[in-house]
Write a protein that binds this ligand. Sequence first.
Ligand code: R5P
Length: 262
Amino acid sequence: MDWGIKNRLSRIINPKTGHTVMLAVDHGYFLGPTSGLEKPDKTIEPLVPYADTLMLTRGVLRTSVKPDMDIPIVLRVSGGTSILSELSNEGITTSMEEAIRLNVSGIALSIFVGAEYERQTLLGLSNLVNEAEKYGIPVLAVTAVGKDMVRDSRYLGLASRIAAELGAHFVKTYYCDDFEQVVDNCPVPIVIAGGKKLPEPEALELAHNAISKGAVGVDMGRNIFQSEHPVAMIQAVRSIVHENATVKEALDLYNSVKAGKD
Ligand code: R5P
């Protein structure tokens, strides 16, 4: 792998622990003003000290992240659809020049395996990798799940493997039963999305299970910023991802930060 790609990846995945807490705040690109993200700057600022990376669009980056904030960026460069339309009909929205100008550490796009526009999104990934490799920028493929897809290890394993085969440098998918099979069959690092908001103990258990079964980290959004105590929640997630904390230890940390004891 190219030196530039390795260097940028090491800003996303901490080389000391081999793990990463990516904070996903890109939801507005198809969901509009998502609950908890109505004012992205207010949501993001207190969480940045505990995140390894922010995943977002250029619009939120420009408007809601100060340029002197010390946080690597994974820029979402796909979109063009909304929750009201056919989600798989995504294209590339943001040029490579823009990604370089914004000094990002990685770029991300969604692929929709098994959906109506599967081919378009998979060729989009391949083309993006071709371009990104010219400039040493790692590509994160997000295995988005179409409306009729089951989130099981067979389907997520298929989507993750295809993403890696087409050249993605790391993959974001969902946790599922037999998740270790998804990891085993994918030759590049995997991070998991958190999905819809769960009670905090369940979200921590999800993170713990994913890390135990081989994920290098989380790219979590709603289970952090929609928590009643987002700063406590991101610290609890971080303790699992980077410090090998048990679910109980992480929950204790959540409760003590929430109570103002930490
Ligand atoms: C979805 O395609 C977006 O990329 C989100 O960033 C992703 O779903 C992760 O966020 P959450 O943990 O809220 O699922």
